[in-house]
Every structure is written in C-alpha cells, then in structure tokens.
Design a protein around this ligand. Structure first.
Ligand code: ACO
Length: 331
C-alpha cells in the first residue's frame, strides 16, 4: 500500500516586519495590551507580494531542497482564504510559476483549518495509489482583508506561507495519519467572517459602503475564544482516542497559532505540558492556513521534529466556518 510521507517543509514571509509599537501609531492600542492578551509581538506584512507569490516561494524551496522540478508533481493544493483571485486559483498560479505541467491544482478554503483539511485530502490522494507526489501549501495575505481601523482584529493577524512536499512511500509499514477527525459547524459561521461578496447586479439595490465593510474580517472575539477552548480540546482528545494513543505518547502538538492564551488553556484542558505545544505566534501573529506549516517548517529546521518517521505529532486547525480538526501523524 502507498503511504504518504512528508519529504520536506518550507516557509516564506514578506520581508516587512510590523511591531506592536508601529501599530499603536496607526490605532488606539499598545504593545502591552497586544502582548498580554495575545502573546503577539510582531507580524510580517506584505509590501505588495500577493498570496501566490508567497506560495510560489514555498513551492520553489520545496522543489530545490528535494532536487526535483515542477514536472515531478501530480498535484498542488493551496489552502487559503485570501486567494489572489477566485479564478484562476492561487494553486493554478503556483502551478504555472513552477512549471508543474503534469499537476492538477486547486485552492481549498477552510480558513485557519485549511492546512489540516488539505493535508488530510492529500494523504487520501496518495494512499489511493493514483498519485505519487504533491505540494500542500497554506498561504495567506490577510493584510488585504483586515479592517485597519478596527483594533479588535487588526492587531491579531499577519501574512505568510508554509507548505510540505508529500510523497508516496511504498515500503512504509505504518500509515502517515494514524487518526483524524475533521469537523464543521456552519450554524456558528457568523462569529468570524471575511470577503463576503454581496450580490451586485443591475436588478438589486446595493450600498457600496456595506460592501466594503463585508469584505473585511469581522469577529466576535468572545464567541471564537469559547469555541476554541471548548470544541478544540474535545476534538484533540477524541482523535487521540481513535489513534489509541495518549497525550503523553505525542512528541509535539502543532496547533493553529491564534493566541498564546488559547494554547495555554487547551494544554491545561488536555493535562499536557505546555512545552509540547510549539509556538511562534509572537513573531508572525495569526497567519490562518499558513500558521501550522510555518510552525512545522521551523520545527524541522531547528531539529525538534526530525522527519525520520520516529515521532508522533498532532496537527490541529481551528477557525472560520466554523471549522476545526485534528490529525495524529507518524512523522
Ligand atoms: N488594543 C487595546 N484595547 C483593545 C484592543 C486593542 N487592540 N482590542 C480590544 N480592546 C479593548 C476593547 O475595546 C475592550 O475595551 P472596553 O472594555 O473598554 O470595551 C477591552 O479591550 C476588552 O476587549 P475584549 O474583546 O473583551 O478583550 P479580550 O480580553 O476578550 O481579548 C481577544 C480579545 C484577544 C480577541 C480574545 O477575545 C480572544 O483571544 N479571542 C479569540 C479569538 C482569536 O484569537 N481570534 C483570532 C482569529 S480566529 C482564529 O484564528 C480561530
């Protein structure tokens, strides 16, 4: 049986770093408020790079590190809620940029759960035996959809991209994904919205200012916080049960990087040492679908994750939709 394996991970960030102090020149906020409520100190913000530019940088790094060309790929999935355009997809732009002539490519939208959902799909493509190799990338330029006048959301987000090269391993004896549980509750979707496109045509009246506002991220912070501390640890615990593993047997938990207080609470609820929950949100803010692959890429670079199939790692995404989900992986 073909088993999927992560052959490499990479990430790319816009060069421009914006500190909390810089934000306090733009809006009524402070470094102290942002740090104590979220853990965030700085974030990278696009100076013009769009989502496909960052995703292409990740794709090129992955190919170079594995000594491959784009022609070796069978598929490219880009998880994003900030595509350059609805059509062509961000993934199609990446496919063209790296000359992946034999790859089909598409975007997947599941907000901050996007990378986890995409990794699960890519695993199925490979274990089907039909496809051998593909890229799974999470990429966002959230600065396009932030309401820069709204201090309650503008301080939280950042831009970036990360991804993995996934490849079939015909000799593997253990699966890549040991257990998974992906969830959605659209009935709670209105607590976190962005890029709503209102119907505009010659036959309906529309208000331009209403349209501009609908395009921006709007969040009920308390409702999202409650969702994240109730549903997410439950989902992780249930997925661990499915894998027949305990939290102690997991080497690292790589959770979506929204807020350090959320990570503290989730770790406590799972009665698991906080050190096992890797964190880099202080430097990047919340990069939505990009946050987990950036964290993974850094963890492989700094040697915490060896990538030799000897470790067990939990990936958990959660965010707009509402969407959330966990993969327990042998990595
Ligand atoms: N700077 C200064 N003051 C602020 C700021 C800011 N950036 N933002 C809000 N405030 C003020 C509010 O206006 C309010 O003032 P008031 O009491 O005079 O009305 C006060 O701070 C408290 O506001 P709350 O919204 O109650 O602040 P809270 O302590 O709940 O923290 C936060 C807000 C950090 C967003 C919290 O609700 C949270 O962590 N929510 C989880 C949501 C999250 O992380 N979302 C990220 C995107 S979603 C995702 O990735 C899953």
């Amino acid at each position: 049986m073909s088993v999927a394996r992560i052959r490499g991970a990479a990430h790319a960030l816009p060069r421009r770093v914006v500190t909390n102090d810089e934000l306090s020149n733009l809006m009524d906020t402070s470094d102290e408020w942002i740090r104590t409520r979220t853990g965030i100190r700085e974030r990278h913000v696009s100076s013009g790079e769009d989502t496909s530019d960052l995703a292409t940088q990740v794709a090129q790094q992955l190919l170079t590190a594995s000594n491959l060309t784009g022609e070796a790929l069978d598929f490219i999935i880009v998880a994003t809620m900030t595509p350059d355009s609805a059509m062509p997809s961000t993934a199609a732009r990446v496919q063209a940029a790296i000359g992946a002539a034999h790859a089909f490519a598409y975007d997947l939208t599941a907000a901050c759960s996007g990378f986890v959902f995409a990794l699960s799909q890519a695993d199925k493509l490979i274990t089907s035996g039909r496809y051998e190799r593909g890229l799974v990338i999470g990429a966002e330029v959230l600065s396009k959809v932030i309401d820069w006048r709204d201090r309650t959301t503008a301080v939280l987000f950042g831009d970036g991209a990360g991804g993995v090269l996934l490849e079939a391993d015909d000799t593997a004896t253990t699966p890549f994904i040991l257990a998974e549980k992906l969830q959605t509750d659209g009935s709670r979707g209105e607590c976190l919205t962005s890029s709503k496109s209102l119907v505009q045509n010659p036959f309906v009246k529309f208000d331009k200012s209403e349209n501009a506002q609908a395009n921006r991220i709007q969040m009920d912070g308390r409702a999202v916080f409650d969702f994240a501390v109730r549903d997410v640890p439950k989902n992780i615990a249930e997925t661990l049960m499915l894998s027949d593993l305990t939290a102690e047997e997991i080497d690292y938990f790589l959770l979506h990087q929204a807020n350090s207080r959320l990570l503290d609470t989730i770790a406590k609820k799972l009665e698991t040492p906080r050190e096992k929950f890797l964190q880099n949100l202080e430097h990047y803010g919340n990069t939505s679908a990009a946050s987990i692959p950036i964290l993974l890429s850094e963890a492989i670079k700094n040697g915490k994750i060896k990538g030799d199939t000897s470790q067990k790692v939990v990936f958990t995404g959660f965010g707009g939709g509402l969407t959330w989900g966990t993969l327990v992986c042998q990595i």
